[in-house]
Design a protein. Sequence first.
Length: 323
Amino acid sequence: MTLRAVVAGVGHYLPERIVPNSEFEKSLDTSDEWIKSRSGIERRHFAAEGENTSDMATKAALHALTNAGLNADDIDAIVLATSTADLTFPSAATMVQSKLGMTKGFAFDVQAVCAGFVFALTNANALIVSGQAKRVLVIGSETFSRIMDWSDRSTCVLFGDGAGALILEAQEGTGDNTDRGILSTDLNSDGRYRDILYVDGGVSERSTGYLRMQGKEVFRHAVEKLAQTTQTTLDAAGVTAEDIDWVVPHQANIRIINGISKKMGVPIERVVITVQDHGNTSAASIPLAMSVASQQGKLKQGDLVATEAIGGGLAWGSAVLRW
Ligand code: UT7
């Protein structure tokens, strides 16, 4: 018998305010046509004043708990991926813990920028297979609108706010790739690329800072590294691209998503795409896409799912799981 971390529930939350591309035409030298054709983004949600990362994360978590038919007392741990926590400390995860009314277990944040959810998922999987937790709430939640330079058209039109959550539950499997649950994971980072995607402020710098990106450079790394890491997890799980029912990629740019689909030989019809509606929500993008796809009836129990992401660091990784 092998312990597996199986998806028991999924949920998401999007802030009420929807901002279409045309809104940026009022203050910047940009157009709906440029944003759509270069990124695939048509609109994004922005958090309201006073609505913070832990608020959105809590709403996504409650949605996932309802979806799983569980309550907060059933959860042993919260792993929250974010680069935009409410405060420097305590972690956003512990804020979610208290907002859910949890008085036991443990909670912590993971910071791997846009790859954060894959890093959080891998950590949660390790907690479950090592027997340290039976049920883990894995959340991605971001308020990237708070680190946008609204005068920089090359970045501020690309990002959005939101949150998504998965509940992973320990279940006995047979140990082969017909098991439900996480079958393989792969994490990577290379700090030599810190200058192509970063925030020019932080606690040690005594500022908040703004996101800075050399988009073309990140794009180049993204297609190559994401195809590579996904092949690594497919091989480790003993499956091929043909076996995949759904790819749920990080939602940064439709051209990156198309490029990887082509490189891997997975038809685009089997790729979950939400970038048009959410923009790039960093660590929230994958669980948000999973939740939306599940609501649309796309992700069904037993489906083989590959997920991958890359972001600042650079940090990138992937996971293969049976839903
Ligand atoms: O989630 C973390 C990972 N992040 C990513 O994966 C992002 C990866 N990069 C990208 O998605 C793309 O590189 C972008 C969408 C950011 C940019 O697309 P691009 O095709 O690489 O365009 P570019 O940066 O080469 O810019 C082309 C032109 C430039 O003008 P010139 O130099 O050719 O005259 C830019 O100044 O487009 C200009 N431009 C804009 N024009 C209108 C840049 N931003 C805008 C804008 N509106 N918003």
